[in-house]
Structure formats: C-alpha cells, structure tokens
Write a protein that binds this ligand. Structure first.
Ligand code: LLP
Length: 390
C-alpha cells in the first residue's frame, strides 16, 4: 500500500506532487551497503536517477560515491558534499567545459567512451598541468533482457569503445602522457531483473581484463556500472531489491585480484521504490467505444516513463482505500492532461470506480521520475514532499 495513506477527512496538499519515504530509502541503503561491504565493493550512486537534496543527503551519509553523466551532475555532487575522490564521470558526449571542470575538481576517474575523447581529455589535462585517471568504457556486446531503449551494451549501441577498437585504444594510450588508465568500465543496461545477464557480463569482463593485463596494463579498478532492476508489479512484495543476489553474482563470476577494487553505479535500485507520484482525478468520461477514462492532474510532464518506454507503474486509488465501504471495480484507462495521445499512465486496468477529486498514487517513481520532468504545455515542475525523516 502507498506510504502516502490518507486519513479520512485529512487535507491533501495541492497535486500533483512527489512523495518520498526517506525511511525506506535509509533501509534500502542499509541493505545495499551491507551486501556490497561483504565483498569490499564500492557503490557510486547514479545521480541521473534523482537529485532531490534530502535524497542525496541520505545517500552521501550512507557513504556512497557519485556516478555522473554531465558536468552539471558533477557540480551537483560536489555541492552536495560528495568527495571528488568518489566521483566517476561517464557519458558519450562530454563538452570541453564539463571535462575541464571535472579535472579541476580532481574526480576519481573519467569513464571514457571513444578514442577521440581520450585525446581531448589528454589535451585538457595537459593545459591544467595535471594527469587524470581514466577508465575505458568497453562495450562488451552483452544483451540483457530489458527494453531496447534502456539497454546499452550491445555491439550496435552508441555507448562505449567497441571491443574491436581496443587494440587501437591501447596503442593510443601510450602516446597520451596526461592520462593514466586505471581501469575498465561497463554498463549493459537498466532495469535488469535476470541476474544471469550480470553473470554473463562478469565472464566477459574476465576475458577483456585478461586481454589488457596480458598487454601490460595494470587494471586497478573494475567498474560494472548499474542496472539492477526493481519490482514494478509488486512494490510492497519487494520494496528492497535483491542486492544480496546481485553482488553475490559478481562475487561468484568476476575474477578480482587482491589489489583490485570493484565499483558499481546503481541508480534505480537505490531510489525507485521510495518515491510516489500523487495526483488527483480531474474528470471521468466514457468514450464512444465504451472505454472509461480517469483524467488526472499529473501527466507525462511529471512522469514520462509510461509514454516513453511503455513502462508500468502500479496505480492505487488512495481515496477509495481510505473509505470503509468497498467501491465496485471497473475497467479504466488512467491518462494525464497533456495534449499528446501517448500521455496515458495505464490502459484498461482493473481499478476501483473513480470519481472527480479522488487522490491516486503512482508507485515506484523515485527513479527517473521527477528528474525527467519537463515544462511542456507550460506546466510548472511539481514539488516534492518528504516523509520518514529521522
Ligand atoms: N551507469 C551508467 C553508465 C548508466 O548509463 C546508467 C543508467 C547507470 C549507471 C544507472 O543505471 P540503473 O542502476 O539506474 O539501472 N530513464 C530510463 C533509465 C535510463 C538509464 C540510463 N543509464 C528509465 O526511466 O527506465
């Protein structure tokens, strides 16, 4: 059940808004760090999932580093107290200004995604009289079972240096005195529920790492990226993802030397389940074909995942749940107010009979929800409310 349970007669703040349960976030971080510490693994939080200040504060306090994909995220991490030595910076298209800023901050490592990028970083490091740490992002050509828009590690993807180019990368590195190769970076995709994909990744990493070591490159760090999925169907059955299974999979399959450190970049699995988007029914109507719609005041401007990836989020009618008398069930499509046909959160689901003014919760929206919001149709950005503070 939604953590934002409404008591009969209580007033609900103006909708739409995001509600975050910081208590669940803390418990999630507790399990994630305990399971990672078992093997001495390091977690960098993928800032792209959510950058609300109270959330970053909990994550920093739990001891995680930061994984950034833009100079703006690097700045946000630094301003929120993340130690630069724990910041990694990935991205296929880093601008010169972003690279310069990250060099100035002295971040832990750049995850480099092309041969040209290596040269540019070398030049910009030279201009600052520095030598910077670089991990090569290698595209391992592993195909996880997930939506094609959020899978990144296949041969035809734009991400990473192709394994067919590693020979050239290595030759090039020897001519670039201002960068130091410290490791390899991988990320095969997001919302991966089948741990077999990670086992396959680890086995590929073993081969690729051996290739580099045989050519005299000492890999101090292995970065496995992120991608652990969550249960969107049953947020109450599995509020905390299977971190134990995830890290154990790497422990069982990844070959790690004593002097090597292993890093992860987790986003969704840390923050998704602690967030809910709270919205209100504006109108209900029935189409000529007899389909019933509940039109709500949140839309793809607040949560774009259903429109963009056909993502499923569990929806609850909190007003109906708070009532003593059970409401009859009906078949509803739940849609937002935006002038786009794709602005539909759920199509033809079994849902309690819904009325104007009912308050609904869209569950599991802590990751890639508020951060992907837009002002389309000139809508303001929805506020956030935090519960479960210490
Ligand atoms: N590291 C890299 C290099 C990444 O590209 C990503 C996510 C992560 C780590 C974190 O992955 P996670 O642990 O959150 O799966 N907007 C999409 C997801 C895009 C993910 C992009 N990269 C969605 O709403 O499903």
């Amino acid at each position: 059940m939604s953590k934002y349970a409404i008591k009969p007669g209580a007033t609900v703040p103006p909708t739409p808004f995001y509600y975050y349960d910081l208590d669940l976030l803390r418990r999630t971080l507790g399990v994630a760090t305990e399971e990672a510490n078992r093997y001495g693994y390091h977690i960098h939080y993928a800032m792209k999932a959510n950058v609300e200040r109270p959330i970053l504060e909990e994550i920093r306090r739990a001891g995680l580093g930061a994984d950034c994909v833009s100079g703006y995220e690097v700045r946000c991490a630094v301003e929120n107290g993340f130690a630069p030595e724990k910041i990694v910076f990935a991205g296929v298209g880093k601008s010169d200004g972003e690279i310069e800023y990250a060099i100035e901050q002295g971040i832990f490592a750049f995850n480099c995604e092309s041969l040209q990028e290596l040269e540019v970083i070398d030049g910009l490091a030279k201009a600052q009289g520095r030598r910077v740490n670089v991990a090569l992002r290698i595209n391992p050509d592993v195909r996880p079972e997930t939506h094609r828009y959020i899978s990144t590690g296949q041969a035809e993807s734009k991400f990473g240096i192709s394994y067919t180019e590693v020979d050239e990368a290595l030759a090039r590195l020897n001519e670039l005195p201002n960068i130091r190769i410290v490791g390899l970076h991988f990320h095969i995709g997001s919302q991966i529920r089948n741990l077999e994909s990670f086992a396959e990744l680890a086995e590929r990493v073993n081969e690729i790492a051996r290739w580099f070591e045989e050519r005299g490159v000492t890999l101090r760090h292995l970065n496995m990226g992120g991608g652990l999925g969550i249960d969107y169907e049953g947020p109450d059955e599995e509020p905390i993802p299977d971190f134990a299974g995830y890290f154990r999979t790497f422990h069982d399959h990844l070959k790690v030397r004593e002097d090597q450190t292993v890093h992860f970049e987790l986003g969704r699995s840390i923050v998704a389940q602690c967030g809910e988007l709270i919205t209100r029914v504006l109108f209900t109507k029935t189409t000529a074909g007899g389909a019933r719609f509940a039109i709500v005041d949140a839309g793809m401007t607040e949560l774009i995942r259903p429109a963009l990836y056909h993502a499923h989020h569990r929806i609850e009618n909190l007003t109906a749940e708070a009532e003593k008398e059970k409401r009859a069930m009906g078949v509803y499509s739940i849609a937002g107010p935006i002038c786009e046909s794709s602005d539909v959160f759920a199509r033809e689901i079994e849902f309690p009979e819904s009325r104007r003014g009912d308050v609904l919760a869209l569950r599991s929206t802590g990751a890639y929800g508020s951060i992907m919001a837009s002002n389309y149709n000139m809508r303001p950005i929805a506020p956030s409310i935090f519960g479960g503070e210490e």
